[in-house]
Ligand binder design. Structure first.
Ligand code: SF4
Length: 183
């Protein structure tokens, strides 16, 4: 299966739980939303560290940030948690589902459900729609359940992983700086 990874901390719990179920996830880092470039590289480096520690295969794919911006342009000032995020998540998961299908994986999922900040129903509705569009299984899991987020904090500390303090896009960074978001 392909596991879309939004960041290393969120992947810790997801990988642990999927392995407990008998899956061996292949990580796919596809996050053109992360800006600026230094931040993108920091988060990617943390995912590389995690994949080395846990002996996982990591695939890194990217597209120009302008393509991602086009997707969310109309909603860019709506704030974190708005339809802007729905569009952003859909964009990234669409790529993951497409990639999984194209490369003959049997299923896909995402680490995004580890975060208490994300709208889990949106994520699952997107995953299930893409499952139909691409004729591939969506592994629907709420990784934040049963203290999943707390576990991700513990594991991130244990592995020495970088933990970001804003969601990822330049707009969320601005909102953080303006004090509109606490994390
Ligand atoms: S706040 Fe996060 S989920 Fe929402 S658009 Fe920005 S990067 Fe995407």
């Amino acid at each position: 299966m392909i596991l879309h990874v939004c960041c290393a901390p969120d992947a810790t719990t997801a990988v642990e739980r999927l392995r407990d179920e008998g899956y061996e996830p292949v990580l796919l880092f596809f996050n053109p939303n992360i800006q600026p470039d230094e931040e993108y590289l920091k988060r990617l480096e943390a995912v590389r560290t995690l994949s080395d520690i846990l002996n996982l295969t990591l695939i890194v794919e990217n597209l120009p940030v302008d393509l991602w911006k086009k997707e969310i342009e109309e909603f860019k000032d709506y704030g974190e948690g708005s339809i802007r995020c729905f569009k952003c998540i859909e964009y990234r998961l669409r790529f993951a589902a497409w990639y999984a299908k194209k490369n003959n994986f049997k299923a896909f999922s995402t680490t995004l459900t580890t975060s208490p900040k994300k709208n889990i129903l949106w994520i699952h509705s997107i995953g299930e729609k893409l499952s139909k569009d691409f004729n591939i299984e969506y592994i629907r899991r709420d990784f934040r359940k049963k203290d999943g987020f707390k576990r991700s904090v513990e594991l991130s500390k244990m592995f020495g992983l970088y933990r970001q303090n804003y969601c990822g896009c330049i707009y969320s960074l601005r909102e953080k700086r303006l004090g509109m978001i606490t994390r």
